[in-house]
Write a protein that binds this ligand. Structure first.
Ligand SMILES: [Zn+2]
Length: 446
């Protein structure tokens, strides 16, 4: 056995080749070898035997709104990264909006990084933002290490982050394509939204009718068209409409450089069960019908949807009002994404290997971190989530690490308890306790 500082042993380690009993050797924060379960532990190495608990690669959540600085009453680096660690997430990538400033210039990125430094319990990277008037900032941001650029095709919900019209989208995409950057897009067509009935009020059915599938389908079609012409790398954020799946599958089959994510709330919740007036369920695009959800699962299984991210986007409880038209749109799920997805995945016959692929390997690959993150394999960072997959818990919002005790998962019983979370070979979370912040700020690998 090679030298090691740490040996993590389990009867169920999830590796790219499958699940097996193994001893994972770690030196200097990096996985150095996957050894037989009963391999001798080298002198000086610390053995951590987690028994039958499953060792997953730490999750990589590429869609999180930390809102810090500027809207820290909504969330912040400390609370968000504690929630991440408690949920088995070892890397998150912060969205460029809802913080003040938004991450739309290199100066603003510096402000964000300074705010996060020393306060993060997991590794944190940053998306930049593409606005109608910051095309000239995109390349400098890319060179400064953002992982790509977020754009909206319809109003974002905050005035400092305006959406792109078709001309501005063309301009931004041409620019990101010029340096082979990644454009990640909130795809709802504002014309379709404007044409939909906007009744407002507490009825969920009215809210659902105000954000029809057609708005997503049309926006995705426009994106595919543009990505094809510019040979640009484009990623569809938080896909909810299953009607867009055939378009996406066809575009990918023809070689358009398109990837797609969906979220735990679209996979586990349904419109039919959202109570009227329950603002904690509001997000855009909305949670849709059970039949739509089934098709999203099918698309995950067949690879049309690449990955699952939480789109954790909290606010203070007073903004999650009973009027769906005016309530803040965003689901708080960073700490619960793994358990929520696993609970529904196992019911549908999927495995933890599938979950690891959707929530760690594929998301790491999306942002180019797959040389370091996303797998339990030699050479990768020793980032692990140790899970008791059969243990259940009932979600008590007040017991979560999120800054505000609001979540659409309140009262649900979920399978899968994260017993400990490891970052570069250090146990940063175990059974409700955290170490000092040991996360690092990441930049896009060149
Ligand atoms: Zn988002």
């Amino acid at each position: 056995m090679p030298d090691a500082e740490l040996v993590l042993r389990s009867t169920r380690v999830i590796t790219p080749e499958g699940t097996r009993a193994a001893s994972v050797a770690v030196t200097g924060g990096t996985i150095t070898a996957l050894l037989p379960y009963d391999a001798d532990v080298p002198p000086g190495a610390r053995l951590e035997d987690v028994g039958d608990h499953v060792v997953l690669p730490g999750l990589v959540d590429t869609h999180v709104h930390v809102n810090d600085p500027g809207r820290t009453e909504w969330e912040g680096f400390r609370t968000a990264t504690r929630a991440a660690a408690a949920g088995g997430v070892t890397t998150l990538v912060d969205m460029p909006l809802n913080s003040l400033p938004p991450t739309t210039t290199v100066d603003n990125l510096r402000v964000k990084r300074k705010t996060a430094a020393g306060r993060v319990h997991v590794d944190v990277g940053f998306w930049g933002g593409a606005l109608p008037d910051n095309t000239a900032d995109l390349r400098p941001l890319h060179e400064a290490g953002v992982f790509g650029f977020k754009a909206f095709l319809s109003p974002s919900g905050v005035e400092e982050f305006p959406h792109l019209d078709q001309d501005a989208l063309a301009r931004s995409m041409a620019e990101t394509a010029s340096f082979d950057g990644l454009l990640v897009v909130h795809a709802e067509d504002p014309h379709h939204l404007a044409a939909a009935p906007q009744r407002g009020g507490p009825r969920y059915a009215d809210f659902l009718a105000s954000r029809p599938r057609g708005a997503e389908d049309s926006a995705v079609a426009h994106l595919i068209d543009r990505a094809r012409r510019l040979h640009a790398r484009v990623h569809v954020l938080h896909l909810s409409s299953s009607d867009a799946l055939p378009l996406i599958a066809a575009a990918r089959a023809e070689g358009v450089r398109l990837t797609v994510e969906t979220c735990p709330h679209y996979l586990t919740l349904t419109a039919e069960e959202v109570p009227d007036g329950a603002g904690e369920f509001k997000c855009c695009p909305p949670i849709r019908e059970a039949a739509n959800r089934d098709l999203l699962w099918q698309a995950l299984a067949d690879g049309t949807i690449d990955c699952v991210v939480t789109d954790h986007s909290p606010s203070t409880p007073d903004l999650k009002t009973g009027d769906f038209a005016t309530a803040w749109g965003g689901i708080s799920g960073l700490q619960l994404g793994l358990a929520a997805v696993w609970t529904e995945a196992r019911r549908r016959g999927h495995t933890l290997e599938d979950v690891a692929r959707w929530m760690s390997a594929r998301t790491a690959a999306l942002v180019g971190l797959d040389g370091r993150k996303g797998a339990i394999a030699p050479g990768r960072d020793a980032d692990f989530a140790v899970l008791a997959p059969d243990e259940t818990f009932t979600v008590d919002p007040a017991a979560l690490q999120h800054r505000n005790p609001v979540t659409a998962y309140a009262g649900r019983t979920l399978s899968g308890v994260v017993r400990s979370t490891w970052l570069r070979g250090e146990r940063v979370y175990a059974d409700g306790e955290f170490t000092e912040p040991k996360g690092r700020l990441l930049t896009r690998p060149a």
